[in-house]
Write a protein that binds this ligand. Sequence first.
Ligand code: FCB
Length: 445
Amino acid sequence: MNSLNLSNMSPLNDRSFIFGVATSSFQIEGARDSRQDTIWDTFCNVQGAIADSSNGDVACEHVKHWQQDVQLIAGLGVDAYRFSIAWGRVVNQDGSPNPEGLAFYKTLLNKLGELNIKAFVTLYHWDLPQHLEDKGGWLNRETAVAFADYVDIVSKAFADSVYSYATLNEPWCSAYLGYEVGIHAPGLQGKQRGKQAAHNLLLAHGLAMQVLRKNSPKSKNGIVLNFSPSYAASSNEKDIAAAKLADEHFNQWYLQPLMEGRYPDILQTMPQEHRPQVEAGDMSIISQPIDFLGVNYYSRAIYQHCEHDGFKVCAPHTMNLTDMGWEVYPQGLVKLLTDLNKRYTLPDIYITENGAAIDDKLVDGQVVDNARIAYFQSHLSALEQAIVKGVNIKGYFAWSLMDNFEWAEGYKKRFGIVYVDYQTQQRTLKQSALAYRDMLLSRKK
Ligand code: FCB
C-alpha cells in the first residue's frame, strides 16, 4: 500500500476534523545544557536501562532546527501540531520562570500561529526535573503542587496562542512503568508506589485544570491517556475475569477517577498496603470537567489468569507485529472507543497518538514504509467506524512527526513519518509522510 485514502463520504473528510502530527520534548529537543536535568537524563546513565545505551542529550536537535521542523510540519498540510513543553526548560530549580526557555516556545507558538497550525500543547510528557525526583518525585504529593505552579507560569506566558492544553501524557506510563515495574525513569518498583504515583499524577492534573480554567479559559483543556483494550486469551471464565481485572488496573484506574471521581471497585479488594493514600477532597479535584480526552492507541493486550496477580499478559497470537512487537489490531480501537462511550459520558475525543515502529531503511534518498501506510489506513478506517457508531471524535494525530528517542528502546525504534539521520540530522520524508500529505490535500474544501 502506498497511498492513504479518505472516501468522499468519510466523516474524516469534514474540514472541522483535525489532523495533526505529534512529538514530545525529551524525545526530540536535545539542548540539554539549557534546561534542568530530568529523570530521563539520570535513567539513561543506568547501565542496561536503554537498549542502545543512548540518551536525549542531542536527539533530533530540534531546539536548533525547529524552524526547519516547522516548515516540514506546514508542508504536510496538517491542521495541528502536538508537542510538549520541557518543564525544566521554562522553570528554574527555585521555581522562578526561565525567560529564555519560555521565549523558545513562545516563538514556536507564534510561528505556528502565522502558519495557521493549531498548537496542542502537552504540559507533562515524562521529563520530570531531577531535583523534584530527589524530593520523592511523583511519590510526593508536593510534586502535584509544583506542577500546578509550573502550569501557572506557562499558561500566563502563552496567553491565547495555545489551542489546546493537555495536562499529562499517559500517566499510566509514568506511574506503572516508572514507579511500579521500573522499566522507565525513575526506575523504581513496588505496587504501592505505582498506585501512589498514579494518584499524585491525577491530583496534579486536577490542580493544573483549575489553573488552566483561570489563565486560559478559551483553550480546550484536558488530558491524554493511553489505552490497550483488554482481551481474554480464551473463553475460559478465569481468563475473562483476568482481562477484566487488567482493564480495571490499567485503563479504568485512570479514566474512572476523572469521569466519576472514584477509583474502580477493585480498590476495596486490594491489600491495604498496595492502596494509594488519598486525602479528603482529592477525588473532586481530580474529577472536575475536562474539555477533551486524548486517547493514545497502538495495540490491544491479551491476558490470561495467573494465581499470583490474577492476570498476566500473553504474547500476541499473530505475526502481524510492528517493530516494537506490538500487534497490529485496528479493531481494538473500535472496541475501545465504543466501550468507553457506553460506560462514560465522554467529552470530545482526540486520538492524540497512533502509529507504528518499522525498521525503516533510507535507500537512494527514499524510505518505502508501506507497512506504516497500511497501519494508518486501517486505523483511520477504525476511527470512521467508531464515529459512525456514535463516538464523538474530533481529531487524529500521527505519532510521530519524525524518528526520535523512543525511551527505553533508544534510537533503534523508528516511529516517524519523517526519517532522521542522526549523524547529519538530515530529515527525509518517508513514503508515509507523502501519503499523509496527499490524503490531507485531497480533503473536501
Ligand atoms: C507512547 C508515548 C510516546 C511514544 C509512543 C510510541 O506511549 O506517549 O512518547 O513513545 O508511545
